[in-house]
Design a protein around this ligand. Sequence first.
Ligand SMILES: O=C(O)CCC(=O)C(=O)O
Length: 299
Amino acid sequence: MSDKRQRARVQGSWAKQLPKHSRQTGAVSNNQQPKSANPATVSWGCGSQKTPQTTFEFNQPTKPVRYAPPEKVIEQAGDYEISHGPSGVSRLRLLPGFLPSEEADWMFSKLLAELPWSQKTNYRQGEAYEEPRLTCWYGELPYTYAWSTMAANPQWHPLLVTLREAVEQLSGCSFNSLLCNLYRDGHDSIGWHSDDEASLGAEPTIASLSLGDTRVFSLRKQPPLEENGDYTYVERIRIPLGHGTLLLMAGATQDDWQHQVAKEYHDRGPRINLTFRNIHAEPEGYRPGTKLRFTAKQP
Ligand SMILES: O=C(O)CCC(=O)C(=O)O
């Protein structure tokens, strides 16, 4: 082992051993420490041999130590402004118990049994992969994300029409489309992403209704440019979404934050998530599924 490695590490910085002539051997050191506080000079009454004393010099670390901010948890009903900038105010509204539990029970069973669930194939850097969950789509227009399109499906299930009306009334927004997700167990998931396709328009409001087992919905802030895509030090929020809970995401949330539902490695029952959206025809000349931030940069 090199000489450097053998030295003790003090608070993130390698400590340098002082030259022999500056070592303290005496009764009270320069910084007024009482003798008994220096373990090297304390007598244990077990012999007269003196322990050689080693002294270390503290070197301030050259780089300030950085800590990730503690993750916040949101679980109470209410309106939350989770950030102000860089794109504007990012807003959430959480309503646990939006659907009373018994109503939510039969709705969950009905949707689980009657919706046309299937597994979608997406593409990443030209490689196909199966989504780790089942989905179905409702709306007059198709919806493209991850280089794969869900065909238009204008025939809404009657229960979904009722739920859409309830969500519209609560939010004051109208929604022409719905992406349904079925997480069969804890191994199903959705990775980090933003709902920021150009077809969703600027600052979309998205209403997300959860039925079935509780899963953690996580958000992480987009890092500033100088972090080069490193999310280590960004703000994070976790929101447990239980049976019958409604979550609204609005303002700059899709510009300034990403979200996910991560895999869980303990038992989880099935969960349905309905995300009501408002889809516009793809801007002329743009490939379906283009992300808004890239659209804005194009002429
Ligand atoms: O299941 C959820 O709560 C989130 C679904 C989601 O992120 C999406 O559909 O884009």
